[in-house]
Design a protein around this ligand. Structure first.
Ligand code: FES
Ligand code: FES
Length: 865
């Protein structure tokens, strides 16, 4: 079979005639720019151009592409391509980047067929292309800009990407140095920054590049950032996150919070060394050496670039008392106009995600997980599976049964032919409705409830109340579903060093898992950390039900003879669980005749999350209280005189994991909905009630007032529109107002979200805005439609995007982000907009319809489009 790919004819074995073109490109031809997202036509991550038309390659048998022009992200070229890529780059569209090859090809196809699409046409055309990072508003704008560029006749330069550096592992001498584990200046002038934080779309690399550019006075464009521990270090200690128990962990939106001081200091030290090197070389006092945008100079006219001085600088002692700059001297930090450092490779499809790792002799495995959580293999009939071409082995492992094959489609066919009987003796057999009832029962009965916080006396408070509310709020299990389905690669080298590739948030934990499974010491395990195509908490741990653990078990079973890649299909990723916990809350609250809050009592039941977290589990689960369940209530922004929080840990067999905004994603839905209910019951304006309760929290109060003001809170709206508000001190101080409309079919559309945020000193305003936008769309999709459903007998029914609808372009609202100037240390932004979107929306729906939605997703009650 002959295919024409990027204008070149390639021969492909006829046995792949029925194989999806997608896997022929990726696994047979080794072209990894085309991404796998769902495999069944729901996401368009796999888009290629077939005779110029955007086409889902996972839905196209290779034989159907014979005689047609196949253009992939690697081969796309021309004026439309360059205009699109330039607009994408300059618009800072990209986050994790995994969906972007597909997005850009779809946009190219659109502009080829319609050079001047309007907003509705763009949204309609792009609606099939999912982006879990929520880059839709920027994609829309980039397409508009690209169309404008094309109309003007300007032809932007083709985008180019810097090659990935070829690195030797850091030596023990490097690791002992205060600067070299973090910043190295290469002979070509590249300032190489090792990021302690996994880049998974949140912009960690660009934030670090900004900090280093500022303190080192480097040329921003000369900075290249890579994930540390990508084989460069035998242990994670130098990258230890104090917020993560001293281990290298990315999570909790604490990348800037935890490492801001360290990277500023290290960059200042690196600068001092360059100054010292110039001083010594030129025989001038250090105080007379200047550095600006990567050029070192002296008033005598002497000049040098970093590369010329680097070999001397790296041996210079660091003078005592080197300090980062005073804020008044900032020239880069906090400024607008910075472009993300990780964008070009992600647009061009050259960034290597874990799914793209390909090693000589590597086999690919899919693990069939049990249909119910906790099920175990009872018996296997693997005869038909092993008879499938390309299938090499069938291996039972802790999590299920692995089909190991030469390519992913070979493994898929093997999986379909595999017969497995499951032993459900210890499986979770309850449906999600039964589990919800159990959560309810526990809240209502108070069984095993533990007091997480109690202030004043709620009984006294309720005795004084003349207005009360008593309401239950119900939230489902939720999946992360990042665009890059879960995967990992491992191999045992001939020198007995075990290598693992995983886009993990905790590489040291992956190292520990590797050490345990392979029976080698931890120092013999090297964890390479490719950028992750999203995570949202899914890649926090590498323990049970994680592909790294699965790949290691499979490789061990095959005596380490082959490098092994475990690639989840979307279905198997959903079946691995590790969801956001289901939760039921009851809030009772009272207000007196003046509408002043007198008592607040929140009870909840949820499976605990913290015990599943490496390193910090013990710290976060104390005296029977799981902080990750009660966060958002015990540490809420308000002053409640009489206040009580109680929680019951639910026993259930559903695997639970942190999920973008963790417990706040459910606790704050209950809290902010309940406050709205109380305000209305007491005849108060919801903003006024909150304003009063924020008396001791001026930063959240400011955010509340700013959001209300910019949204026109209290001003008239067109008929059929309404607003709702919510605020939080989660990670930073923020508030949002959601404006909705209802159409004649009673469907709700979110028209506009106004978000105000105080996150301390802002490293890069556009990165902050991007995270807020992405979080809002993430949270909005979850509030509207997100729900994992376990059917009768505990069967996992939600297995792909058909039953797990997520935000698409046609549903996005207009988003306005207002950032508050601050001199406080930076605080988190990656998750900050998630918890309050659901209550703000529920409050708006009540304001418009009089119907109070207390159960998520809202689509159970009302249609949202
Ligand atoms: S539509 Fe092809 S991978 Fe999702
Ligand atoms: S940038 Fe689209 S999924 Fe991450």
């Amino acid at each position: 079979m002959k295919l024409t790919v990027n204008e070149a004819d390639v021969e492909v074995d006829d046995r792949h005639a029925k194989t999806p073109l997608h896997w022929v490109l990726r696994d047979v031809l080794g072209m990894h720019g085309t991404k796998f997202g769902c495999g069944v036509g729901y996401c368009a991550a796999c888009t290629v151009l077939l005779d110029g038309k955007n086409t889902k390659s996972c839905q196209t048998a290779a034989e159907r592409a014979v005689g047609k022009s196949i253009v992939t992200v690697e081969g796309a070229s021309g004026s439309v391509v360059d205009a699109v890529r330039d607009a994408w780059y300059r618009g800072n569209v990209v986050q994790c980047g995994y969906c972007q090859p597909g997005q850009t090809l779809a946009a190219i196809s659109l502009l080829e067929s319609n050079p001047a699409p309007d907003a509705a046409q763009i949204a309609l055309w792009m609606n099939g292309n999912l982006c879990r990072c929520g880059t839709y508003p920027r994609i829309k704008e980039a397409i508009r800009v690209a169309a404008e560029t094309l109309a003007s006749g300007v032809h932007p330069q083709p985008l180019t990407a810097r090659p990935e550096p070829d690195l030797a592992p850091l030596s023990s001498e490097d690791l002992a140095d205060p600067v070299r584990p973090y910043i190295q200046i290469k002979p070509d002038g590249t300032v190489l920054v090792f990021s302690s934080q996994l880049e998974m779309g949140q912009g960690a690399h660009t934030g670090l590049a900004t900090i280093v550019a500022e303190e080192l006075d480097a040329d921003f464009d000369a900075i290249q950032v890579i994930n540390a521990a990508n084989g460069a270090t035998p242990n994670g200690d130098v990258y230890g996150n104090l917020v993560g128990g001293g281990f290298q962990i990315t999570g909790g939106s604490n990348g800037t919070r935890a490492f801001w001081a360290r990277y500023r200091q290290v960059a200042a030290q690196a600068r001092a060394r360059l100054v010292g090197a110039a001083s010594e070389t030129w025989g001038v006092p250090p105080a007379e050496v200047e550095i600006d945008s990567g050029v070192v100079s002296h008033s005598s006219g002497k000049r040098a670039n970093f590369a010329e001085l680097a070999h001397i600088a790296e041996k210079m002692p660091i003078p005592d008392g080197v300090q980062p700059k005073d804020r008044s001297a900032y020239r880069v930090l906090g400024r607008e106009g910075r472009l993300r450092v990780d964008t070009p490779g992600k647009i061009l499809g050259t960034t290597q995600f874990t799914i793209d790792v390909s090693l000589p002799g590597m086999l690919t495995a899919i693990v069939l997980h049990p249909p119910r959580f906790g099920g175990k293999v009872a018996s296997i009939d693997d005869r038909a599976a092993l008879a499938e071409p390309g299938v090499r082995a069938v291996i039972p492992i802790d999590e299920g049964v692995a089909v190991v094959a030469e390519t992913f489609p070979d493994a898929q066919r093997g999986l379909q032919a595999l017969q497995v009987e499951w032993d459900d003796a210890r499986a979770e057999r309850r449906s999600s409705e039964e589990l919800l009832r159990e959560h309810h029962r526990l809240v209502e009965s108070g069984e095993r409830a533990v007091v997480a916080r109690a202030d004043g006396n709620i009984d006294d408070g309720f005795a004084r109340a003349t207005h009360t509310i008593d309401a239950f709020y119900e939230l489902p299990y939720l999946a992360h579903a990042p665009m890059e389905p879960n995967n990992a690669v491992c191999r045992m080298r001939e020198d007995s060093v075990l290598e693992v590739w995983a886009g993990t948030e905790s590489p040291v934990y992956t190292q520990m898992v590797g050490s345990r499974i392979a029976g080698v010491d931890q120092q013999s395990v090297v964890v390479h950390v490719p950028d992750a195509g999203g995570s949202f908490g899914l890649h926090y741990s590498s323990g049970a039900n994680d592909p790294a653990s699965e790949a290691l078990q499979i490789a061990r079973a095959l005596d380490w003879r082959y490098p092994i890649k475990v690639q989840c299909s979307r279905e198997e990723e959903f079946k691995s669980g590790r969801y956001r916990a289901m939760a039921v809350h009851r809030v009772r609250a009272g207000a007196d005749t003046n509408g002043m809050l007198t008592a607040y009592h929140q009870q909840m039941a949820a499976q605990p999350t913290s015990p599943n977290l490496p390193f910090v589990g013990d710290f976060l689960f104390k005296d029977g209280v799981d902080f990750m369940t009660v966060t958002g209530v015990v540490d809420n922004p308000y002053t409640f005189e009489n206040f009580k929080v109680e929680a019951t840990n639910v026993d259930a067999g559903v695997p639970i994991m942190v999920w973008r905004s963790v417990g706040n994603s459910h606790t704050e839905f209950a809290r902010e909905s309940a406050l709205d209910e109380l305000a209305i019951a007491a005849g108060r304006d919801p903003v006024d009630l909150r304003r009063e309760l924020l008396v001791n929290n001026p930063r959240t109060l400011h955010a509340l007032e700013l959001a209300a003001d910019r949204a026109g809170w209290g001003s008239p709206l067109p008929a059929g529109h309404a607003r709702g508000i919510a605020c939080t001190n989660y990670l930073s101080s923020s508030a949002q107002v959601v404006e909705i409309s209802q159409d004649q079919r009673q469907r709700i559309h979110v028209e506009r979200v106004v978000f105000a945020l105080d996150c301390g000193i802002i490293v890069d305003p556009d990165l902050v805005r991007a995270q807020v936008e992405g979080g809002l769309l993430w949270g909005l999709g979850a509030a509207a439609w997100g729900e994992i459903v376990l059917g009768a007998g505990g069967d996992i029914l939600t297995q792909n995007f058909d039953r797990y609808p997520v935000m698409r372009m046609q549903s996005i609202p207009k988003i306005e982000v207002h950032l508050i100037e601050s001199t406080e240390s930076p605080s988190g932004v990656g998750e900050v907009s998630v918890p309050t979107i659901a209550p703000a929306l529920a409050n708006a729906i009540f304001a418009l319809t009089g119907s109070r939605i207390r159960r998520l997703p809202m689509s159970r009650t009302i249609q949202i489009y």
